[in-house]
Every structure is written in C-alpha cells, then in structure tokens.
Design a protein around this ligand. Structure first.
Ligand SMILES: Nc1nc2c(ncn2[C@@H]2O[C@H](COP(=O)(O)OP(=O)(O)OP(=O)(O)O)[C@@H](O)[C@H]2O)c(=O)[nH]1
Ligand SMILES: [Zn+2]
Length: 188
C-alpha cells in the first residue's frame, strides 16, 4: 500500500474542505488515516483461501457445521464509509475435509477488509469455501447496517440489509436450507 500517496491525498481533501491541514489537531491526521487504511484494507493484500487449512480426520463428519454471529467491519465501496454486522457461515464437509472454526471467521475478515459490496462479500465467502474445501454445500447469511444509509443520504438508522448465498446441496434441498436457517435464528 502506498502510504505517502494516501497522506498526500488526505492533506488535499482537508484543504479542499477548507480546513488547515497544518493546525495542531490535524497535523498528524494524514499519517493516522494512512495507517488506518492499511489496517481496514488489509484484505486487498491477502488471499482468503490461505486461511482455510484442511484438517483430514479419520472420523468422517458429513453434517452441517455452522459458525454464526461472526462480527465484521467492512467499507462500502460507493462512499468508503463502514458497513458492519454479522456473518453466519455454514458448510457440510465432504471426504473429511474439515477446517478450523476460527478459519471461517478469518475468511470473513479478509474479504470484509476491502472496499466492498454486501452482495459480493456474501458470495465471495461462499465461493472461497467451495473452492478450497469442496464441501457438499455452503450457506452464508450476512446482516449489516450501512453507515451510508444512516449518517447521510436516506438516513434510516436501524435498517438492516440481509443477503444470503447457498451453494451445493443447499440449492436443491429445502430441508437442509431450513435447518441451517433455523440454527441461525436459534436463540434470537
Ligand atoms: N447493492 C448494494 N448497494 C449498496 C451497498 N452499499 C451501499 N449501497 C448503495 O449504493 C447506492 C449508491 O447510489 P448513488 O445514487 O450512486 O449514490 P447516492 O447519491 O449517494 O445515493 P443515496 O445513498 O441514495 O443518497 C445507494 O443506494 C447505496 O445505498 C451494498 O453493499 N450493496
Ligand atoms: Zn455507501
């Protein structure tokens, strides 16, 4: 990431809005924002598949594994303001290709830390798991609040956007889909 370029750009923006980028409170802001961008856009420099170590296990578990309420923060690519919420990620492993539970959350983080669309975030999580683990099926549900819809524009705080993607058996099997959705709803 080109941090000096980000710093110059932020300085320009501060000037363009009529601020003095050299005043005490702002003088370190371009540097700070460059550091912050490096953190919140970390996923641009990473391949989410790298997280999905496969653990081959003797005991074959070919039933649903679902990690729900994985919190994430992402950036809306239209306005570069945050959208954030929870991702629920389930898969049915095949041929003993299991991964670590935390690895599913790492995939979510890597894909979230880019300028993003909620729809693309959702389908990329599913497709990454399909590619690497070749499971019987994958289901991903994402619920998020978009700051571009709350702090500005249409101003609807509390509005939630839900997106879901299913792959493999979940596409054909309504019962499997209903079971996963019931687990995601469980305890609410
Ligand atoms: N589909 C989709 N739309 C998004 C996402 N994040 C933000 N948006 C929308 O992107 C659209 C951009 O619309 P524009 O009309 O180009 O921008 P705008 O004038 O700022 O729009 P308003 O937000 O309606 O004021 C808005 O409707 C946003 O709500 C997302 O993850 N997925
Ligand atoms: Zn937006």
């Amino acid at each position: 990431m080109d941090k000096p370029k980000i710093e110059r750009a932020i300085r320009d923006i501060l000037e363009a809005i009529g601020e003095d980028p050299d005043r005490e409170g702002l003088k370190d802001t371009p540097k700070r924002i460059a550091r912050m961008y490096e953190e919140i856009f970390l996923g641009l420099e990473a391949d989410p598949k790298e997280h999905l170590d496969i653990y081959f296990q003797d005991e074959k578990h070919e039933e649903l594994v679902l990690v729900k309420d994985i919190s994430f923060y992402s950036s809306c690519e239209h306005h570069l303001v945050p959208f954030y919420g929870k991702a629920h990620v389930g898969y049915i492993p095949k041929d003993g290709k299991l991964t670590g539970l935390s690895k599913l959350a790492r995939v979510v983080d890597t894909i979230a830390k880019r300028p993003q669309l909620q729809e693309r975030l959702t389908s990329m999580i599913a497709d990454t798991i399909v590619e690497k683990l070749q499971p019987h099926g994958v289901i991903v549900v994402v619920e998020a609040e978009h700051m571009c819809m709350t702090m500005r524009g249409v101003k609807k705080p509390g509005a939630k956007t839900l997106t879901s993607v299913v792959r493999g058996v979940f596409q054909k099997d309504a019962k499997a889909r209903a079971e996963a959705m019931a687990l995601i709803d469980f305890g609410r």
